[in-house]
Design a protein. Sequence first.
Length: 77
Amino acid sequence: MARTMAEMPDRLDTLVDRLERTAAELRSGELTTERAAALVDDCARIAAEAGAELDRRVRAVNESHPPGAAGQLALES
């Protein structure tokens, strides 16, 4: 059975949760140097994924609302 959009976790929220968990693990101070380096790499990769998701969303909004479309504020004359 396919899940609806409302039932599926938001990709950006999922990425933010992963970043927060990874950062918490880094702050714990109980890591080997190698594990800390791996987590820093993970943070960079997750942040890049989040940035790509934000770019995708901005492009989608721009495509559906071109300049001059409804939703822009009108200037007072």
